[in-house]
Design a protein around this ligand. Structure first.
Ligand code: ADP
Ligand code: MG
Length: 433
């Protein structure tokens, strides 16, 4: 027996089933020409099924039959996805042939299946070649870096530079997950990857602003599913880049308002915490392989205390804060060195030399913050010799952390930088003596 479409809104279709009810998170199929797929969101006690119109199909009308497919959404996995640009169900966005569903995974919407406290026993620092990151927020295998900032401060550019620098060295698979950002950025990234011969170990999953909130809220889950496959079945170390994690929350929020769920604190849906937690916990490592991630976090209205931003930020091991104020001074990347922090700057992880330098640099930068105000009022010449020297050192440090991006060379005409960790540490030691 099939169901019958009762009510049609843009994204939510209600279907009446009299028996053989589908399950939540299962796909059902409208018997229209397009064979529109609905993702079962909820079922009420009268057998009314609330289905999400995954592809925003407009040909669904009242009275149409709906069949159970008896399967959850699936995504093709395996080597075939490498070099491809795919949507949330593995549908090609690059105009190339559809993927074989011989190897697929169906657990897109699910809970993490392992302890999330596992940390790879061997500490492995991945060099990024970007001084400010290697020094303040070391890129450690199996851990997470958040790049946080308002609109247009350079989150995407910094992410692209990281992909370019880190994925170049064959370290396994790099995955890019584009959530709710500008469409052309996905294309630009693909071009950059192609130019730098990085497509051979990169896969992209996209649901950008043009897609409906169902797709935008699913693409992170799909990418996590694929990353888990490579980690668990092939023992790979996966580099996972997501731009932008805030848009995932936003998509979930749009969906809950469409489904008439009541928002709670801060205007976010009541599932905000679990939505973030479940996705973040899947992006973790186990004894088979690792997932190392870089996630951008958009700050709405430049308000860093936003509850969604704070929750995502709490899942990160390191946070790079990009600020408009710094960008306006022409400093690139526009890192706010005082707000940027990492729980990985310990002697055990980065070594004693790096650790001690970081403590010294941070205290110098704090001092600079207060001296800056004094200098603005009375001038640098009024400072004591020691303060003046520290002030100068801090200025040199700030300048030392600027970086010409390889991915911007085409636009700026400036050659991109790359510094080894040793060069980074040495450059700082030279300033501090
Ligand atoms: N490191 C950089 N060097 C030069 N220009 C940059 C850099 N970072 C950002 N920009 C400029 O700022 C614009 C916005 O950066 P983008 O990364 O797209 O911001 P966000 O992702 O934070 O919204 C870019 O298109 C570029 O013109
Ligand atoms: Mg961006």
């Amino acid at each position: 027996m099939a169901g019958i479409v009762q009510e049609v809104t843009e994204l939510v279709i209600t279907v009446l089933f009299d028996e053989d009810l589908p399950k939540i998170n299962e796909l059902i199929e409208v018997q229209n020409e397009q064979k529109s797929k609905l993702l079962v969101d909820s079922i009420d006690k009268n057998g009314i099924v609330y289905g999400l119109n995954v592809r925003s199909d407009v040909t669904i009308v009242r009275g149409q039959e709906v069949k159970r497919l008896n399967e959850p959404p699936q995504v093709p996995v395996g080597e075939q996805i490498i070099g491809r640009v795919l949507g949330p169900f593995g549908d090609p966005l690059d105009g190339l042939a559809p993927l074989s569903d011989q190897i697929k995974r169906d657990k897109i919407i699910k809970l993490p299946n392992q302890s999330t406290s596992f940390k790879p026993p061997k500490i492995e620092i991945l060099e990024t070649g970007i001084k400010v990151i290697d020094f303040f927020t070391p890129f450690v295998k199996g851990r997470k870096i958040g790049i946080i900032g308002g609109a247009g401060v350079g989150k995407t550019v910094l992410t692209m530079e990281l992909i370019n620098n880190v994925a170049k060295i064959d370290r396994g698979l790099a995955m890019f997950c584009g959530i709710g950002e500008r469409i052309r950025e996905g294309h630009e990234l693909w071009e950059t990857l192609k130019e730098n011969d990085l497509l051979r170990n990169t896969a992209m999953f996209l649901a950008e602003t043009n897609e409906n909130p169902i797709q935008r809220s699913l693409v992170g889950m799909t990418s996590a599913t694929v990353a888990e496959y490579f980690r668990d079945e092939l023992g790979k170390d996966v580099l996972f880049f997501a731009d932008n994690m805030y848009r995932y929350v936003q998509a979930k929020n749009e969906l809950s308002s469409i489904l008439n769920q009541v928002p709670n604190e801060g205007g976010y849906g009541s599932t905000l915490f679990s939505d973030i937690k479940i996705l973040e916990d899947r992006l973790s490592s186990n004894d088979k392989g690792s997932i190392t991630s870089v996630q951008t976090i958009y700050i709405p209205a430049d308000d860093i205390t936003d509850p969604a931003v704070s929750l995502i930020q709490n899942e990160m091991d390191s946070v790079i804060v990009l600020s408009r104020k710094v960008a306006e001074q022409g400093i690139r990347p526009a890192v706010d060195l005082n707000l940027t922090s990492s729980s990985l700057l310990t002697p055990e992880i980065v070594g004693e030399r790096h650790y001690l330098l970081s403590v010294e640099v941070q205290s110098l930068l704090k001092k600079y913050q207060s001296l800056k105000n004094i200098v603005a009022i009375i001038g640098e010449s009024e400072l004591s010799p020691k303060d003046r020297s520290d002030f100068q050192k801090a200025l040199k440090l700030i300048n030392n952390f600027t970086h010409h991006m390889n991915v911007m060379t085409k636009l700026t005409g400036l050659k991109g930088d790359y510094f080894t960790r040793e060069q980074t540490l040495k450059s700082i030691e030279e300033i501090l003596i």
